[in-house]
Design a protein around this ligand. Structure first.
Ligand code: ZN
Ligand code: ZN
Ligand code: ZN
Length: 348
């Protein structure tokens, strides 16, 4: 904050607050906001009815509960004082920022992201172990899904099954489970629907959840019955691209060079125009965070950075293939948080 001439940091909903305090604010019309001055005591302003959920950290912050008839904006404004430069968390609701701008007309508000992302970008050992646990739980689910009968069940039914398996195999909270069968797989973020999975369908399953706040996110390809030669060809290209992306991970390499390594394999195979998204995204307390593995991102990788490598080929009207692992950059290259089989998984 001193380097950036910032007087006060304000954090509300989103992952920055739990990263620093352990407390997850409820996304409510009632304001929760940590007021963290450059010098002096940090104060967590919370609705009185939420205060019992706050785990006290007396050396880190004090708690200021506000009652239903108090004005929390006035409380935050008085704690902030006449600060010229205030950083505010990116996920703060606009309605609260606008109220603060009215209450503190002399203050310039800037995004907290450059500061908080810099803190969160490089994971410590304990964080990496939670990512590994989360990844291990997802891998266990991929293994269990390989023994399920897919044909005759709807995407939505399979999606609910994936979420249930996550929660019964070590994931605290299931987050999402994309199940996209047949041509639906050509839409990368397809919402599982009522399509019945049938013989001959490739099925994209992209799923994840959280372990002690840290996310998993993996994609595996299932196929109902024996795949066609064309399916196998595309799957092999995507797998080769994913391996190339993982092999490009090393300290000092840029994020965009990892994207380029994966993309080159797909380009060379003639499917470049069907790889319609970046190669990956950072992961931690948020499912998507810095660093983004995308052309134009010259961020240099450092040991401890965690991100997905998830190339895909999407053929409209036919099918899609994506293979995704979470990796952590180490001095020796990529450490994979996911170990489940990446070859196509043939199911009934
Ligand atoms: Zn995605
Ligand atoms: Zn995913
Ligand atoms: Zn992902």
């Amino acid at each position: 904050m001193a380097d950036r001439s910032v007087d006060v940091l304000l954090l509300s909903v989103g992952s920055d607050l739990p990263y620093l305090t352990g407390y997850v604010a409820m996304p409510l019309e009632r304001l929760t906001m940590a007021v963290i001055p450059r010098n002096g005591e940090a104060v967590l302003v919370v609705p009185e009815l939420e205060a019992p959920r706050v785990e006290p950290l007396p050396d880190v912050f004090t708690v200021r509960p506000w009652g239903e008839t108090e004005d929390p904006i006035a409380i935050v404004a008085s704690l902030t004082g006449p600060a010229p430069r205030v950083m505010i968390g990116d996920h703060t609701w606009a309605v609260f920022l606008m109220a603060l701008q009215s209450a503190l007309p002399g203050t310039t508000f800037i995004s907290a992201r450059p500061l908080t992302e810099a803190l969160r970008l490089v994971k410590g050992n304990a964080e990496v172990e939670l990512l590994r646990q989360a990844g291990g739980s997802a891998d266990a689910v991929a293994g269990l899904l390989a023994r399920e009968a897919f044909a005759g069940r709807s995407e939505l039914e399979m999606s609910r099954r994936v979420s249930a398996l996550l929660e019964s195999n070590g994931t605290d909270v299931a987050g999402f489970a994309i199940v996209a069968a047949g041509p639906n797989g050509a839409s990368p973020h397809h919402e599982a629907g009522d399509r019945t999975i049938r013989a001959g369908d490739p099925v994209v399953i992209d799923f994840g959840g959280k372990v002690k706040g840290y996310c998993s996110d993996t994609t595996r390809m299932f196929h109902v019955g024996e795949p066609t030669a064309k399916y196998r060809e595309i799957h092999d290209v995507v797998l080769a691209a994913q391996r190339a992306g993982i092999a490009a991970v090393e300290p000092g390499a840029t994020a965009e060079s990892v994207d380029a390594a994966a993309r080159r394999v797909i380009d060379d195979a003639g499917y470049g125009r069907y790889f319609i998204h970046r190669t990956g995204h950072g992961i931690g307390l948020d499912g998507h965070e810095d660093p983004y593995i995308v052309a134009g991102n010259k961020q240099r990788l450092e040991p401890g950075m965690a991100f997905s490598i998830e190339p895909g080929i999407y053929l409209p009207g036919e099918f899609g293939v994506r293979i995704e692992d979470i990796v952590v950059c180490t001095a020796d290259g990529a450490d994979r948080m996911n170990r489940a089989q990446r070859e196509v998984i043939v199911v009934q």
